[in-house]
Design a binder for this molecule. Structure first.
Ligand code: KG4
Ligand code: ZN
Length: 354
């Protein structure tokens, strides 16, 4: 039995978890900074690293307590090495290094995207996938389409060339004056809207499996600027308020944006799965919490589609510990003097090289 303590501080969640054999999370503590960043409408890097530094030791202690273990029971420590905000990453890395030295345990530096991949092993521990598997990682910082041929064997087929999918949700949320983070709030607003009210464009990209969301965001911006002026007209004497209110429905813009964003993700993912003979599709990362995305993906393909439960979609440390287990089993080790990697694409070469 291998017990791994995972630590994650790459963005705005300070997280720690204990995972047994890469499959069972016996604790999963997440201290979210959402409230701190909400007033800026996005993640403020300096505020994030300071909040990580304040929270980390309590969060790690809590993860051990929840799992009913002490440091003596931990075999390996795993920490997110990148990609992410460098100041935030360093808080977790330095804390983990100190812990590894003090307790004389091995330390592994883990790729955050690979962590999201392994959230799926925590989801269905007893249903081993048959490789190759097509994986779509969609989060606030990343949109990556990966072909996974085996543990540690990834081919990056494509990704976003501008905004990440979650970033587009967050920016559109801000345009519509919805609270931060935009993703879950757009999903809520969209429930009351008509997804066909606006026909937003789906971007064309040079590479078959790349994504682009900035054009979509601009198109929404054009509609969103109409909202206040139409709202003003609605207050004029004699205005047909019902008509104008329908015209300016935020729910309609949210639903139409969501349809366009989800449509682009689903179309390319299903196409890649077919082209590369994948047996299953995995979707992970914060945006995979979106039920319209899950439904649309299942409608688009006959392949099984797996998504993690909501608490494993967004950033957490259980996924980091799970990824570390498979690296450890493969005999991969990290020297203790590793640095943060703010940018780090997941592909076979990086996995082999570290
Ligand atoms: O994986 P994650 O916690 O952090 C990163 O690694 O970036 O993802 C956070 C992102 C945010 O952009 C948030 O708006 C988005 O995931 N998100 C959603 C939903 N829940 C979270 N986007 C769309 N629909 C949701 N239900
Ligand atoms: Zn993430």
């Amino acid at each position: 039995m291998t017990t791994i303590l995972g630590i994650e501080t790459s963005c705005d969640e300070t997280a720690a978890a204990v995972v047994i054999d890469g499959k069972t999370a016996t604790s999963n503590v997440i201290a979210s900074q959402i409230d701190l960043h909400a007033k800026y409408g996005g993640v403020f890097p300096e505020v994030a690293s300071r909040a990580h530094a304040e929270a980390i030791s309590t969060v790690v202690e809590q993860a051990l307590t929840d799992a009913r273990v002490t440091y003596d029971d931990i075999d390996i420590i795993a920490v997110t090495r990148g990609p992410g905000l460098v100041g935030s990453l360093l808080v977790g890395i330095n804390f983990a290094k100190g812990l590894a030295l003090a307790t004389d345990k091995p330390l592994l530096g883990i790729n955050h995207i690979e962590g999201h991949v392994y959230s799926l092993w925590l989801t269905d521990p007893y249903r081993e996938p048959v490789f190759p598997v097509l994986i779509l990682i969609v989060s606030g910082g990343h949109t990556e389409l990966l072909l996974m041929r085996d543990h540690g064997d990834y081919e990056r087929l494509g990704g976003t060339i501008d905004d990440a999918a979650g970033e587009a949700f967050d920016k559109v949320g801000r345009l519509l004056s919805l609270p931060f983070p935009g993703g879950p709030n757009i999903e809520k607003a969209a429930q009351y809207g008509n997804p066909d009210a606006f026909s937003f464009p789906r971007a064309k990209t040079d590479e078959a499996y790349d994504f682009s969301f900035s054009g979509l965001k601009t198109a929404v911006m054009r509609e969103a600027t109409v909202l206040p002026s139409a709202a003003a007209r609605a207050s004029e004497p004699g205005a047909d308020k019902h008509k104008l209110r329908a015209e300016v429905s935020i729910a309609d813009v949210a639903a139409s944006f969501q349809k366009a964003a989800v449509g682009a993700l689903v179309e390319k993912t299903a196409k890649a799965a077919k082209a590369f003979g994948a047996t299953e599709i995995f979707i992970a990362g914060g945006v995979s919490a979106n039920s319209a995305l899950r439904q649309a993906m299942r409608a688009e393909t006959e392949l099984p589609v797996r998504c993690p439960p909501l608490n494993l979609c967004t950033d957490n440390a259980a996924m980091i510990a799970a990824a570390a287990y498979y690296r450890w089993e493969a005999g991969l080790r990290t020297a203790l003097d590793f640095d943060a990697l703010a940018t780090w694409h997941l592909n076979r070469a990086t996995y082999d090289g570290l």
